[in-house]
Ligand binder design. Structure first.
Ligand SMILES: Cc1ncc(COP(=O)(O)O)c(C=O)c1O
Length: 380
């Protein structure tokens, strides 16, 4: 390293220097480039396999004529549509470049170096990275049977706790905390502690009678995060939203980059909110693919974890087995996700695609399993 670059490095605080770059699911183009494979099923990033709503596409296409103008920084139309959907005032809503964009605003507005954030192990790594990037101290408790452990979390709250992050349902395990568990946790959270409820997979989970829809609660210290990236099929344009008390939201607006999300993203979201049939098709496809995929994994003795989302996590038993499965599936054009970054190297995660994509996955698995089984068998 040259002397100048070493001096520049000293500008970077240790808590940034020590970060690991976020590892996204392998892009389709990368696999084509590397292996010349063209028939590819990407089942690695929990995206909507049906694509965006045609209504959203129309709105976004029309919006192309307006891109010489800055976006409406108050996102009036999207907030009003969300407000109608969830019976909220615009002051209770914030939009960002994906729900991760809003997590970054939360970190800027509410977290200082050394602040303690309480959460579980094996949850969404995007949140860990954002928290660490502002010098927060993460205090984690283990999951219990793959689920957020509200008792352990409640026990771990101390005077130092500033924020509690709950991923509900949890990525990468797909499990959720119930209404009773949420009530239990909230009865132990002091009112000055901020609770972040990450509900990226809300649309898939809400059909469960015991899933705590955060719209049914009104806590002044809870911020709910949701996204257009998953069930609404708009990951590529980056738009997510948060709901909370207006005093929380107004502080987030102070640190928000004014023109996030962009014009196209706002119009895409608006189209998606109004396209209820597309959302319904998405949920129906997901339910069917879930049943087939869960059954397939059970029949092959992988003991999948029951999931309330659009993905399923299952145990391979070792990092080596996960890597083997991942790489062999790549050779068949199927991209799944290894979970080393989530500190679950002995597990993998498969997103639920279309019927055709899941057939591709089943066939590829059937092709690789004889050799896989010989090498690794099943974890006890
Ligand atoms: C639990 C969870 N939260 C947030 C996100 C990020 O979503 P967005 O695209 O809205 O930033 C993801 C994406 O994988 C996720 O799984």
């Amino acid at each position: 390293m040259s002397e100048i670059s070493e001096q520049i490095q000293t500008l970077v605080p240790d808590y940034v220097r020590n970060l690991q770059v976020y590892q996204a699911g392998k892009p389709i183009e990368e696999l084509t480039r590397e292996k010349g494979i063209t028939k590819i099923s990407k089942l690695a990033s929990n995206e909507n396999p049906l694509g965006p709503s045609p209504f959203a596409i129309k709105k976004m296409t029309n919006a192309l004529w307006d891109v010489h103008r800055y976006p409406d920084m108050n996102a009036f139309k999207v907030k009003t549509a969300l407000g109608k959907l969830y019976k909220l005032k615009n002051e209770n809503i914030i939009l960002g470049n994906g729900s991760e964009g809003i997590m970054a605003y939360i970190a800027r507005a509410f977290v200082q170096p050394g602040h303690e954030i309480l959460t579980c192990e094996n949850t969404f790594i995007g949140f860990y990275i954002i928290a660490r990037s502002v010098g927060a101290k993460l205090k984690t408790v283990p999951l219990n049977n793959y689920r957020f452990d509200v008792k352990a979390l409640a026990k771990s709250i101390t005077k130092k706790t500033k924020i509690i992050y709950i991923c509900n349902p949890n990525n990468p395990t797909g499990t959720y905390i119930t209404k009773d568990e949420f009530d239990y946790l909230m009865s132990h959270v002091p009112s000055h502690v901020l609770v972040i409820l990450d509900e990226a997979y809300f649309e898939f989970a809400k059909v469960r009678a015991d899933y705590p829809d955060s719209m049914d609660y009104r806590y002044d210290n809870v911020l709910t995060l949701r996204t257009f990236s998953k069930a609404y099929g708009l990951s590529g344009i980056r738009i997510g939203y948060g709901f909370g008390h207006e005093d929380l939201i107004s502080n987030l607006h102070k640190v928000k980059l004014p023109f996030e999300p962009g014009v196209i993203a706002q119009m895409g979201a608006l189209g998606a909110i109004f396209d209820k049939p597309h959302l319904k098709r998405t949920i129906t496809n997901n339910i069917r693919r879930y049943e087939e995929t869960f059954k397939f994994l059970e029949e092959n003795n992988f003991n999948p974890i029951p999931s309330a989302t659009n993905f399923i996590c299952f145990k391979t038993g070792s990092e080596e087995a996960s890597k083997y499965m991942f790489e062999e599936l790549l050779n068949h054009g199927v991209i799944i996700r290894q979970l080393k970054a989530n500190e679950m190297p002995d597990y993998v995660r498969v997103s639920l695609g279309t019927k055709k994509e899941m057939k591709h996955f089943f066939k590829a698995m059937e092709a690789i399993l004889p050799a896989y089984n010989k090498k690794f068998g099943r974890p006890s």
